[in-house]
Write a protein that binds this ligand. Structure first.
Ligand SMILES: O=P(O)(O)OC[C@H]1O[C@](O)(CO)[C@@H](O)[C@@H]1O
Length: 555
């Protein structure tokens, strides 16, 4: 099947024709005072207000037509039914299967429920202190060794939901180390006790050098104190992968292997046994609640009509911004310190998925695809890059993410021993945070029209920067699951419209190959002819070798 190119479609041409006459956001709000009432939609656990996007009813209907003309409804059915949506690798992408309710899993996909149960069993043993280190001591610390999708998802979720950790999980500390230079692991190992530390080696392929080099360092650290290698592997390493063979080769005992499948993309894998770090840090019921929230969002995505469908609407607004308004930058601005790792998580999800320039058929694309996406906790970003958003020369679209309720539950009082005064102070902080979030999207949209300012060029705010606000009633496991699934489906929908494959990542392969090619050259003198290097790489390699020699000589 040939994937049609976006720009040739009648609906796209219609949309392109609307761009030049599009009023500013100030005008749009003046023309229709009920704009926000008409331009918000709801999905499980969240509401999307898109009234600050530069769209009107004509644009929305053109986007809906585009969605239909590009056959996205059948693409979505295909995703859920297990069609080969990842064509370059000949695979389905069935992360949605991982969050089906237990009854359907047991009935239709017993291999998934079996792995979930095995994970639960390991988690319970660790929490209960039944799983012990080589010297018989209880496990106090777990280190997740993984990178990309095998790190960012669990890291993001555990940071976001810390306050929901169940009593059985509170005595266990969960850490993450991903960097190939070993610096995170180096810092951790300084403080950890090898007798009571357990490592999760999370790698879909179990070949990723970043993760395996960290795993080798962890093993060397343990070998210093544990004389029995098989006891050490049994008590201190759990493997999480789609490759049993590779786990076997590394030495992971079969009882310590947690599996997932080639049809789970790395950046879509937090719902699989890659979520083990989440379950260990927060408790298995919290992990299951996360799955439940994602499943509800799956159902919404599968069944809601396009203009009432939150992930579809987010995707369509993105297409309008990127391909019609030519806005190539997208900021993710959670007004919630707990979502600190949400922007990096989305950077991988969106840019590794849709940073592509050929269609599923390998045909070069002549229009923009994924924008540059970055972000930061909103209130901190105000003191970093908002200057550019307000007065720079780049058009930027933003997503504001906000939870209405915070610091208001008895559970928080118990878990953090909060007294009344302390809580009142925190609630006041939350209110300040909300005010800042709303103020920023208002000023970005309306600029100087938001308030009456003097005529001073340095205080000129042009406004007209579009944004959406995703409002959660509260941030908890269920709503976070729904939020993440929402972005996953946005990514899939945009990929369908751009005609690209969101489930491969060939772009990162060449760099890995070249690194392997270069490594042996680092210790060879100039003049080795096995690989002809460009002069910059040769210069840097020689310079580094020189510095390292000097350092050796000075020892
Ligand atoms: O889980 P693995 O196989 O170690 O891969 C880690 C990451 O590396 C990539 O393959 C490429 O960066 C990502 O897609 C993936 O999440």
């Amino acid at each position: 099947m040939t994937t049609p190119l976006l720009t040739g479609h009648p609906a796209f041409k219609f949309l392109a024709g609307l761009a030049s006459g599009m009023p500013t956001l100030t005008d749009l709000f003046q023309q229709n005072p009920k704009r926000a009432e008409q331009m918000h939609i709801a999905a499980p656990a969240l509401t999307l207000d898109f009234s600050k996007q530069r769209v009107d009813a004509y644009v929305l209907s053109g986007l809906e037509q585009l969605f239909i003309q590009l056959k996205l409804p059948s693409a979505i059915d295909g995703l859920f039914a297990g069609a080969e949506v990842n064509r370059s690798e000949g695979r389905a992408a069935l992360h949605t299967r991982l969050r089906l309710p237990d009854e359907s899993l047991d009935r239709d996909f017993p291999e998934v429920s079996q792995q979930l149960r095995q994970m639960e069993d390991l988690v319970c043993k660790i929490h209960a202190g039944v799983w012990r280190g080589f010297s018989g001591k209880r496990i106090t610390d777990v280190v997740n060794l993984g990178v990309g999708g095998s790190d960012l998802g669990p890291l993001m979720v555990t940071q976001a939901l810390k306050e929901y950790a169940l009593p059985e999980a509170r005595d266990l500390r969960v850490h993450f180390a991903s960097t190939i230079d070993g610096s995170q692991l180096f810092d951790l190992l300084e403080h950890l006790n090898p007798e009571t530390t357990l490592f999760l080696i999370a790698s879909k392929s179990f070949t990723t050098i970043d993760t395996l080099s960290n795993a080798d360092t962890a093993r060397a650290w343990l070998e210093r104190v544990c004389p029995d290698p098989s006891l050490m592997l049994r008590c201190h390493f759990i493997g999480i992968s789609a490759s049993v063979d590779k786990m076997e080769q590394w030495g992971i005992p079969s009882d310590n292997q947690l599996l997932f499948w080639p049809w789970v993309g790395g950046r879509f894998s937090l719902w699989s046994t890659v979520g083990c770090a989440i379950a260990l840090d927060l408790g298995m019921p919290v992990f299951r609640e996360l799955l439940a929230g994602a499943h509800e969002m799956d159902e919404h995505f599968r069944t809601a009509p396009p203009l009432e469908n939150v992930p579809v609407m987010m995707a369509l607004l993105g297409i309008w911004n990127v391909n019609v308004l030519d806005i190539r930058a997208h900021a993710i601005l959670p007004y919630d310190g707990r979502l600190k790792y949400f922007p990096p998580y989305l950077e991988q999800l969106e840019m590794e998925s849709n940073g592509k320039s050929v269609t599923q058929d390998g045909v070069p694309i002549d229009y923009a695809t994924c924008p540059v996406l970055w972000g930061e906790v909103g209130a901190n970003a105000q003191h970093a890059f908002y200057q550019l958003l307000h007065q720079g020369t780049q058009p930027v679209a933003s997503d504001f993410i906000l939870a209405a309720n915070r610091y208001d539950t008895a559970a928080e009082d118990v878990s953090r021993s909060i007294n009344r005064k302390h809580r009142e102070a925190l609630v006041a902080q939350h209110e300040l945070n909300i005010a800042n979030c709303l103020a920023q999207s208002r000023v970005l949209a309306l600029g100087n029209d938001a308030v009456d300012l003097t005529d001073n060029p340095f205080r000129f705010y042009p406004g007209n920067q579009p944004s959406s606000t995703l409002l959660l009633e509260r941030l908890d496991a269920f709503s976070l699951g729904a939020l993440v699934a929402c972005y996953e489906h946005k990514v899939f929908t945009q990929a369908g419209i751009w005609g690209v494959n969101p489930f491969d990542q060939w772009g990162v392969e060449l760099g890995k190959q070249v690194a392997l090619q270069l490594q042996p050259l680092l210790n060879q003198p100039t003049g080795d002819d096995s690989v002809v290097l460009d002069s910059s790489t040769r210069f840097l390699a020689d310079k580094i070798a020189g510095f390292r020699r000097e350092s050796q000589e000075n020892k």
